[in-house]
Design a protein around this ligand. Structure first.
Ligand code: HEM
Length: 444
């Protein structure tokens, strides 16, 4: 029997318009319907939204060869990221993943933590100098995470380019939703002002990374960081090194995947802490006791157990990668219903993380859900870093970075919520549109 059809579709456009108008509301309505699988009318082959742990396990973990990244969204992402780690598939992806993996192993992470600590300390110094002030934490976290990604993975200082990169990213991300849901063919090639702006943004981002690669070539050997690993790698069969185009795709993918997501996670976590002063005070007390005044190293981060719970809960409510889309390469069955080849299959961390059967009072911010003595959530109900072989390559990097930064900020500052509407902008990532302004005061 076919899966139940999601109500509210347009007679001609089906559910497509929801993807530009209100995709979060659509996903939430699918969850609230109580159906583990609902059917959507989109495109010729239709789509499905999945809210069932066993089906999510099948899609992400058991059958990734069936459920591939062949959707329109990834095709549009390739305009920017080419065949980088997020967008590529098959043996090419596997080879690239194996090359990049050593850059994220524990010995490297321990070195990265020193860079993260220096960068966080610089921001703390700036805020301390400014005294009591209002700060757009979304912007501040973006700059900080960009600096950290540049220095750790590419040994490059990209902070001078932060404004350029931020504006370019915005131009691309703003265009992404409309391109994915456009009813016209090849929407990116129509000469609309928004398209031209997007292409300028893409050129800027390509230019930043091309320059980084050119500088590295000029300054001698590949080096030990991620860029070095990529530049030094050769194809086991042909012995050839990566082309400049491949290098750019990989480097830009990791630069963007590595800072934009973490920055948004941090901005939402700080927002939640400002809205929940008791949680904030408890996390601040932990940071002061566990860190003292000294530098923050690997061992110190491990002591920030409550702060980590705060991060995991923020990732539950506002997962930066809010939607995963896949396309089945053959007919399949999910939750006892047929799923046709070529359909769009949506797995949505944003709505799944609010499943009332798994998270009582799902909209409430409660870090103790992730306490050591609480039952751990099923890994196909809570999966901010995805699951299976396409799981985030930087998950441990991101967690270390975010916990370190939260600890560094909370031990020195109090954050106050200023009444303001925060609009969620679900593009490739979930961002707070227009930023999040908080009152920052040094703690006595
Ligand atoms: C809170 C921060 C982060 C979140 C929530 C996050 C989440 C994710 C998710 C859900 C995916 C799967 C995407 C898909 O299926 O298309 C992914 C992939 C990826 N992430 Fe992250 N990420 C974060 C931080 C990072 C960092 C810091 C790095 C690198 C330094 C990174 C590098 C990557 C890469 C390279 C992939 C592609 C992996 C592959 O397919 O082999 N991410 N991330």
């Amino acid at each position: 029997m076919p899966a139940p059809l999601m109500p509210g579709g347009h007679p001609l456009l089906g559910h497509l318009r929801f993807f530009s108008d209100g995709p979060l509301a659509l996903m939430r309505a699918a969850l609230d319907s109580g159906e583990p699988l609902v059917r959507l009318k989109i495109g010729r082959r239709g789509g499905f939204i999945v809210h069932d742990p066993a089906a999510i396990r099948r899609i992400l973990v058991e059958a990734p060869d069936v459920y591939q990244k062949r959707t329109r969204g990834y095709a549009k992402l390739k305009l920017l990221l080419g065949e980088g780690l997020v967008t590529s598939e098959g043996p090419f992806w596997l080879r690239q993943r194996r090359i990049a993996q050593p850059a994220f192993k524990k010995p490297r992470l321990e070195v990265f933590v020193q860079t993260m600590d220096r960068a966080a300390a610089d921001l703390v110094g700036q805020w301390a100098q400014g005294g009591e002030q209002t700060v757009d934490v979304a912007e501040a976290m973006n700059r900080l995470a960009l600096r950290i990604a540049g220095e750790t993975l590419f040994s490059a200082d990209v902070t001078g380019e932060a404004k350029h990169i931020g504006d370019a990213m915005l131009a691309v991300l703003e265009r992404f939703g409309p391109l994915v849901s456009a009813p016209i063919p090849w929407p990116e090639y129509w000469p609309f002002p928004a398209n031209l702006k997007m292409w300028r943004g893409i050129r800027t981002l390509h230019g930043v990374v091309d320059q980084m690669i050119a500088d590295r070539r000029k300054n001698g050997g590949p080096g030990e960081d991620l860029l070095g690993l990529l530049m030094g790698a050769t194809d086991p069969e042909t012995g050839e090194a990566m082309t400049d185009r491949q290098l750019r795709d990989e480097a830009l993918t990791v630069l963007l995947a590595g800072h934009e997501t973490t920055a948004n996670a941090l901005a939402f976590a700080l927002m939640l802490l400002a809205q929940h002063p008791q949680v904030q005070d408890a996390a601040a007390a932990e940071a002061q006791a566990a860190l003292g005044d000294g530098p923050i190293d690997f061992a110190a981060i491990k002591r920030l157990t409550y702060t980590r719970q705060v991060l995991l809960e923020a990732l539950r409510l506002y997962p930066p990668v809010w939607l995963l889309a896949r396309m089945p390469m053959q007919d399949d069955t999910l939750c006892g219903h047929p799923v046709n080849r070529g359909a769009f299959v949506f797995v949505c961390p944003f709505s799944m993380h609010r499943h009332p059967e798994h998270f009582p009072e799902p909209d409430r911010f409660d870090p103790t859900r992730f306490a050591a003595d609480a039952p751990a959530p099923d890994r196909h109900v809570y999966f901010p870093f995805s699951r299976g072989r396409r799981q985030c390559l930087g998950d441990r990097f991101a967690e270390l970075e975010a916990v370190l930064i939260l600890g560094a900020l909370l031990r020195r500052f109090r954050l106050e919520w200023i009444e303001q509407p925060v609009t969620l902008a679900p593009s490739v990532t979930l961002r707070p549109e227009g930023g999040i302004r908080l009152r920052v005061t040094p703690r006595a």
